[in-house]
Design a protein around this ligand. Structure first.
Ligand SMILES: Cc1ncc(COP(=O)(O)O)c(C=O)c1O
Length: 370
């Protein structure tokens, strides 16, 4: 709960770090409980898995419950091994986090010295800015061009104070992606004192052949990749994500990580869902068909949207996005207002189940027709 500015005491304010004084707490997508509407609510706002939780993950959680009185493994080798095998790296290349959000913080903690700068694309995932600002970093923002991250201008923004560059690929909230050739060009001649973070939270949804998986750059570059179990793998509520990098960087991140950061149930569920090919294939199918339906419908209704490589579509709703979201709520549908990203007329729609997508399009049509 935020408190009003008028209730803030200047005496207490003097105690807080200066770097946090003009920050706003991160505003997550609304939940059914937040809204206080009786209607059966459809939440299409936080890019979660449309089909829910893997049954294998549920079984793994149930059978792990009696062990939760013990601390979990601190760097669970078998899970890191499983993830590593799937990615084509070694367990020493993997660090697990309480969501990939935690790894963003660990990177800032481990790498950023006072006075060093962070380059961010704008818009991009808000947590990079929040975490870097809280740490007192100077942020250099580079606007996207035609709804795509502008790598050329990001490279031009590098100076001798630059330490970190965070880029989500595909981009959240836009859904657009950078291709292999663009990344190869970008990574040439990046100064050795800069660490680049490519956040691949949506990698499993990408179908394009020219999307860069990035692993071949790990040995040659100061690179950290971020991935998550919150989206494709359907475990957002358990909070588990991971980073991939060279073993030395992983070691640095482990030095600033609190012990037991990933809970036991999350570890067990993550291991189980990786084996649930049926669930993973079904997720891909539902998202791919749903996205096709949404995009075709938007084309028919003459709404502009950004081509998306992810499980969400960012749409120009031809009116104030916040007002549009409010009107959608009256239909029992929660979508993401992109005002905090300065995309005032845009909303972000997570691809849902077939009937949820249909309900969204029906409501969109009614809102359009006033
Ligand atoms: C680009 C991006 N990175 C990271 C995250 C955070 O993921 P996690 O739930 O693993 O903290 C999100 C979630 O929305 C995201 O969109």
């Amino acid at each position: 709960m935020e408190i009003a500015l008028s209730e803030m005491s200047t005496q207490l304010q003097n105690l807080a770090k200066k770097s946090i004084l003009d920050l706003q707490p991160y505003q997550p997508g609304l939940n059914a409980k937040d809204v206080g509407i009786d209607k059966e609510l459809i939440k299409l706002a936080s890019n979660e898995n449309p089909i829910g939780v893997s049954q294998k993950a549920i079984e793994a959680i149930k059978s792990s419950l009696e062990n939760i009185y013990r601390y979990p493994p601190d760097r669970p080798f078998s899970l890191r091994e499983k993830i590593a095998k799937r990615c084509g790296v070694n367990p020493q290349n993997i660090i697990l986090g309480n969501g990939s959000d935690e790894i963003i913080e660990l990177i800032i903690k481990a790498f950023l010295n006072p006075g060093e700068e962070v380059i961010l694309s704008e818009p991009d995932f808000l947590i990079y800015k929040l975490a870097a600002k809280a740490a007192g970093a100077k942020i250099v923002c580079v606007s996207v061009k035609n709804f795509r991250t502008d790598l050329k201008r990001i490279k031009l923004a590098i100076n001798n104070k630059t330490k970190l560059i965070f880029i989500s690929n595909p981009n959240n909230p836009l859904g657009s992606y950078l291709n292999q050739g663009e990344i190869e060009d970008f990574l040439k001649d990046i100064p050795e004192n800069v660490v680049i973070i490519f956040d691949q939270a949506y990698i499993e949804f990408v179908q394009a052949d020219d999307y860069p998986r990035m692993l071949e750059f790990l040995d040659k570059q100061n690179l950290i990749l971020l991935r998550t179990f919150s989206k494709f793998y359907g475990l957002a509520g358990l909070r588990i994500g991971y980073g991939i990098s060279n073993p030395q960087f992983i070691d640095y991140l482990n030095r600033v990580r609190l012990p037991f950061n990933v809970n036991y149930l999350a570890q067990q569920a993550a291991a189980a869902v990786l084996d649930d090919e049926t669930f993973l294939n079904q997720t891909k199918e539902v998202v791919s068909e749903g996205k096709e339906y949404i995009c075709n419908s938007l084309n028919k209704l003459n709404f502009f949207y950004i081509n998306s490589a992810t499980n969400f579509v960012t749409i120009d709703v031809q009116q104030d996005g916040r007002e549009f979201c409010r009107r959608m709520l009256a239909y029992g549908i929660i979508v993401r207002n992109l005002k905090p990203y300065k995309l005032n007329n845009f909303v972000r729609l997570t691809i849902g189940k077939k009937e949820e997508n249909e309900r969204f399009i029906k409501a969109l049509l009614e809102i359009k027709n006033g």
